[in-house]
Design a protein around this ligand. Structure first.
Ligand SMILES: [Zn+2]
Ligand SMILES: [Zn+2]
Length: 307
């Protein structure tokens, strides 16, 4: 055996020009995720005109955390499915298959049963009762729309419960993935489940400070995107940033002239408490400003459909 030092001819893939390459994906920790979101919704409710709705979403998030902790374990994505996805540049979680088959309706039933005990606005209560009375086919229809990120504005309230159940289920599957095996799918597309982003955040966490991560509205995986890029069409030209307050605002609308869409960008680097989903609802004033500007909301949230 030679004593000569071993030289690896391959550069370390985690280093590019001596700078550590940021992780593509940050997978969710479902129980902590929904607990933290519940706290944030409750905090935002104290100083927001949407207080009753935000308090309800805080309770709903707490219920999601409880379900994430107590429901039977979800089946992991099989290794051969993962390998095929990586090879084809596709997300390993097949949303279409989840809508057609599997245990998602059981998660929805558990969520509906748990939601009966929550305080909620009358419109949400009526929708809850309607979904509880709905048959299996109608529930599959709700779940199918949610998993397609396509919720009809005229039936947002019943879809809200289906979306909350799908979030729990998707986050639990995503939590079991190998983050390092995921590959980029496309700009603005979740590499874990193929879903659309709710918002994106410039994060303040030490090792990835000042980098931007988009947050999946479904499975809550966060994935790396460059700082200035339209998450709807991928253009990096003609982007502008608007906010309700001053330039120092921690929530801005990244607006694209190429496709006429906008997505919220949160500056967690300035306010680490910002939650990709809760603060999206909490900053509805920005949506109203942008609606008046005649541009299309590109971020997807089942909690803001119809607003
Ligand atoms: Zn996802
Ligand atoms: Zn665009």
């Amino acid at each position: 055996m030679s004593d000569a030092p071993q030289h690896d001819p391959q550069p370390d893939p985690s280093l590019i020009g001596g700078v550590p390459k940021p992780p593509l994906a940050l997978l969710p920790d479902p129980v902590a995720l929904f607990q933290g979101r519940a706290r944030r919704f409750a905090f935002l409710a104290d100083s927001n005109e949407l207080a009753p709705y935000l308090r309800f979403l805080a309770e709903l998030s707490r219920l999601q955390a409880r379900l994430a902790a107590t429901l039977p374990a979800v089946a992991p994505v099989p290794a051969e499915v993962m390998a095929r996805a990586v090879q084809g540049g596709m997300p390993p979680i097949d949303r279409k298959a989840l809508a057609e088959d599997g245990p998602l309706p059981d998660t929805l039933q558990a969520l509906l049963d748990g939601a009966l005990a929550l305080e909620m606005p009358d419109a949400a209560r009526g929708a809850l009762e309607a979904v509880l009375a709905a048959d299996a086919r109608d529930r599959r229809w709700l779940l199918g729309n949610v998993l397609a990120d396509d919720i009809p504005a005229d039936s947002a309230a019943p879809h809200l419960f289906a979306a909350a159940a799908a979030q729990v289920h998707l986050a639990r599957i995503a939590a079991g993935l190998d983050a390092l095996a995921l590959v980029p799918v496309a700009v603005g597309v979740c590499p874990a489940c193929g879903g659309r982003p709710c918002t994106s955040s410039v994060v303040g966490r030490g090792d990835i400070e000042n980098l931007r991560y988009a947050s999946c509205a479904g499975c809550a995986t966060q994935w790396n995107e460059v700082r200035v890029k339209c998450l709807c069409c991928g253009s990096n030209k003609g982007l502008s940033y608007r906010s309700v307050g001053t330039d120092e605002a921690t929530v801005k609308a990244e607006t694209c002239r190429e496709c006429g869409a906008w997505v919220k960008i949160f500056y967690q680097v300035k306010n680490p408490s910002l939650d990709p989903v809760a603060d999206d609802v909490g900053s509805l004033g920005l949506d109203i400003l942008m609606r008046d500007a005649g541009v299309r909301r590109g971020g997807f949230s089942p909690f803001l459909v119809g607003y």
